[in-house]
Design a protein around this ligand. Structure first.
Ligand SMILES: [Mn+2]
Length: 424
């Protein structure tokens, strides 16, 4: 669905005066507003192809209607998000849910909407209808060599699809692990997994990266073979320079200090990818910033500081992706909210005065250090994020625009009310 330029202009025109008033205030309050706006304009977050339909739980799935029926329609939906916020300029594909049957066509369609292809995602956590062997007892860790080989071959196939689309990275998340003590020999499971990852690593083109994503538990509840950042780091280090750890915000045990994990991985040059979501209890996949916005800011502060310390490019040297999906919201509105929360946390992180913070730390001035971070966190950065959108030709208030223009109603009219997108 195309968004008409005049609708965007009408919307912005109506909100412009109030926006300008708020922008003037924040621009006069912070001393690097212009620089932050430029950095916000450049920052892009990939949208996963499975987040465009209403997510389900193991108890059920309630489609909201107008969901994309094909990969083409998914690209259209991401193009629509990008037209509204100009910060969703990348697609992260999942194979086999979204196999590009005609890669050149899909690539051109994405390019038309200003989208590129970010990390590719493989899937060895489900059995597919045509599949010969089962992943019931794991994929790369499996005691059966043929099952391990099937998982390796699948990942290599995913790389090949990615090459056709212009992607340059592969994210591997394994559900491998065990549900009961004694089920698995931990060392053998690790060695098998490492061997498989090494074979996949060998198939990476020269300019590609592989991201090893970890998760503490679920679907396995006793052990997970890539269960935490230490294990992921171990695989990434043994694999070589093209291998990195990927942090998913929902994949830790409760109360883990994710900002510290991020800081140390960046220090070691081993953080390559990042998945955004939020959670209250476990891997809840809630809208980013909906539960713990302060934690999101603290993580971003470490991301910015750690990337700057290594001279990394904020835009291109990390795979940024939303990894969330829900039951009760319009998935497109939800993604707009997530992107907004990420941009706000990024803007706040850019605002932290590193010199003053460093001085407070050197003086053991705990109160001053806390004040510096909390003052930044309590600053309203929304006008700067909106200004970045405005300058890029996007809309001042994406969620409001989505509703004013009755975009979901139009999608339902076009696609029907009973459509269900592929995914979980
Ligand atoms: Mn993830």
């Amino acid at each position: 669905m195309q968004v008409e330029k005049y609708s965007i202009e009408n919307h912005n025109e109506r909100l412009l005066k109030e926006h300008q008033r708020r922008l003037n205030y924040i621009s006069a309050t912070v001393n690097n507003a212009e620089k932050i706006i430029e950095q916000l304009q450049a920052f892009q977050i990939a949208i996963p192809s499975w987040a465009l339909g209403t997510g389900g739980t193991r108890f059920g799935r309630f489609s909201g209607g107008g969901e994309p029926r094909t990969l083409e329609e998914k690209i259209e939906d991401i193009g629509l998000l990008h037209a509204l916020n100009h910060s969703s300029g990348a697609v992260s594909l999942h194979i086999p849910w979204d196999i590009p049957k005609n890669a050149a066509h899909i690539k051109a369609l994405a390019a038309q909407q200003g989208l590129r292809f970010d990390a590719m995602n493989s899937n060895t956590f489900q059995d597919q209808p045509e599949q010969k062997l089962s992943y019931k007892f794991g994929s790369l860790q499996n005691v059966n060599k043929d099952i391990r080989q099937q998982a390796i071959d699948h990942n290599i196939e995913v790389i090949q699809y990615g090459v056709e689309l212009g992607s340059t990275s592969l994210t591997v998340w394994l559900s491998d692990g065990s549900c009961f003590p004694g089920q698995l020999n931990f060392r053998e499971a690790f060695q098998n997994t490492l061997g498989g990852l090494q074979d996949i690593y060998k198939a990476l083109p020269a300019d590609w990266k592989i991201f090893v994503e970890y998760k503490a538990y679920e679907p396995n509840f006793y052990s997970t073979t890539v269960g935490d950042w230490g294990q992921s780091y171990l695989y990434a280090t043994k694999l070589g320079p093209k291998a990195y750890t990927l942090v998913d915000l929902g994949h830790h045990l409760p109360n883990a200090n994710i900002e510290q994990i991020v800081a140390l991985l960046l220090m070691e040059g081993k953080l390559g990818g990042f998945h955004f979501n939020d959670s209250k209890y476990g891997d809840d996949d809630l809208t980013t910033g909906s539960i713990k916005p302060y934690q999101l800011f603290l993580i971003f502060k470490e991301l910015v500081e750690g990337m700057d310390a290594r001279g990394m490019d904020h835009v291109s040297d990390m795979g940024w992706m939303i990894d969330a999906s829900h039951n009760v919201k319009d998935p497109l509105e939800d993604l707009l909210q997530s992107v907004e929360a990420i941009m706000l946390a990024y803007a706040q992180a850019l605002l932290v005065d590193k010199k003053t913070l460093k001085a407070a730390q050197q003086n053991n001035d705990v109160v001053a250090a806390q004040e510096i971070l909390q003052n930044v966190f309590r600053m309203d950065m929304r006008p700067l994020v909106a200004e970045a959108r405005l300058r890029a030709g996007a809309v001042l208030d994406p969620v409001a625009f989505f509703r004013e223009e009755k975009i979901r109603e139009k999608l339902i009219k076009h696609r029907g009310s009973k459509t269900v997108a592929t995914g979980l």
